[in-house]
Write a protein that binds this ligand. Structure first.
Ligand SMILES: [Zn+2]
Length: 218
């Protein structure tokens, strides 16, 4: 009973158990022990233990709040259907808002699932029977994971532009190579001409020397 009373009265008073107990006279023999007891109760129970409990509660609330914020952030910036991030639609023909409103509207997907569930299977179109089989197997492969048709089209266009520029570069390089080969053949012709000229000069000089030698013998 003593422990229960101590906790009950001590925790509900700001200064601890000292507030509810009889104030001892300084003449009493146990005055010092009583002061130490009151102070220890105040420090250990009121300051440390209660603040630990409050800290745990506040921490838990902070964790819950940050988790909620994280979830809201993901819901706001990620497509519910394909999981693509808002940044994936930067500098693209379609914006993130248009994407989640028109291309990957989650309610349209839900309506489609409801449609294949209530429609007569004999009247299914090709895509409807495909999705019906997938939904029946609880298979989610028919959802576009991390891809969107508009982004794929953009990428295709980008690739075509890149291919065209590469082709242009190749054509330019071929022209340059052709011009260089022409210059090279001209240079070769000139070198041959020069060499033949040198050879004829050399022959002429040799014949001159021979003539000179003959004349000197005479
Ligand atoms: Zn999407």
């Amino acid at each position: 009973m003593c422990i229960v009373t101590t906790l009950n009265q001590g925790l509900r008073n700001g200064g601890g158990i000292g507030d509810i107990l009889r104030a001892p006279s300084s003449q009493e023999p146990l005055f010092a022990a009583r002061v130490v007891y009151d102070m220890l109760f105040f420090f250990i129970v009121i300051i440390i233990v209660l603040n630990l409990i409050f800290g745990v509660i506040i921490d838990t609330f902070a964790d819950l709040r940050s988790e909620k914020q994280q979830k809201e952030l993901i819901l706001k910036n990620t497509c519910f259907i394909c999981g693509l991030n808002r940044s994936a639609f930067d500098n693209k023909t379609v914006s993130f808002e248009e994407h989640i409103k028109c291309e990957h509207n989650m309610w349209h997907y839900l309506y489609f699932i409801v449609l294949v569930k209530v429609k007569d299977p004999t009247e299914f179109t090709g895509p409807e029977s495909y999705v019906y089989a997938m939904v029946k197997d609880r298979n989610l492969d028919w959802f576009p994971r991390l891809r969107a048709m508009s982004l794929a089209a953009d990428e295709g266009e980008g690739e075509q532009i890149e291919l065209r520029s590469l082709q242009n570069q190749l054509e330019n390089t071929q022209l340059v190579v052709k011009a260089l080969s022409q210059q090279l053949s001209q240079l070769r012709d000139q070198v041959f001409f020069f060499l033949s000229l040198l050879l004829s000069i050399y022959d002429y000089l040799i014949s001159l020397c021979d003539n000179y030698a003959c004349l000197s013998q005479w």
